[in-house]
Design a protein around this ligand. Structure first.
Ligand SMILES: [Zn+2]
Length: 68
């Protein structure tokens, strides 16, 4: 229950480009975790692909590609 382990990079922020409304949201969310898009308010999953075009990681709605 210590905060020591992997606390070195947990405060780093990144920018996430919303694939749906094209808004860039600054977040402290980690890759593969979720954040709330500042534009369309959708819950996005942070994808590991970094877009040099947008200088941001890509974010997709968690339920957009749900294969049911
Ligand atoms: Zn959005």
């Amino acid at each position: 229950m210590s905060l020591d382990g992997d606390s070195g990079f947990t405060q780093r922020t990144r920018q996430v480009f919303c694939a749906h409304c094209h808004t860039v949201t600054t977040t402290a969310a980690a890759i593969d975790s979720e954040l709330r898009c500042g534009g369309c308010r959708a819950t996005l999953t942070v994808y590991h692909h970094f877009s040099r075009r947008h200088h941001a990681y890509l974010g997709y709605r968690a339920d957009s590609e749900d294969l049911t």
